[in-house]
Design a protein around this ligand. Sequence first.
Ligand SMILES: [Zn+2]
Length: 90
Amino acid sequence: MSVFYGDIDVNNMEPPQIMTSHTCPLCGFSLEMLEDDELVWFGCGRCLKYVTAKKRDLVAKFFDYRHKRLMWSTMLEELYSSYTSKFRQL
Ligand SMILES: [Zn+2]
């Protein structure tokens, strides 16, 4: 999973935007998930800090082919732990 952060123009992002039950370790705001054509963005709309993952990689890793569904909660847990490990110290 590729993870980076920096200056991100969130105004260029298209919906869907999903608010998650996870909260930002820096400010307590609800973390959100967005997607564009290639990437999923997970992070804080207040701090404007995000981690990203390629959709293709997420599907390969988290799609349950037997039940034909994406394992959302598992995926969100991984994105959240990726986020907290990146930003907890800042
Ligand atoms: Zn925040």
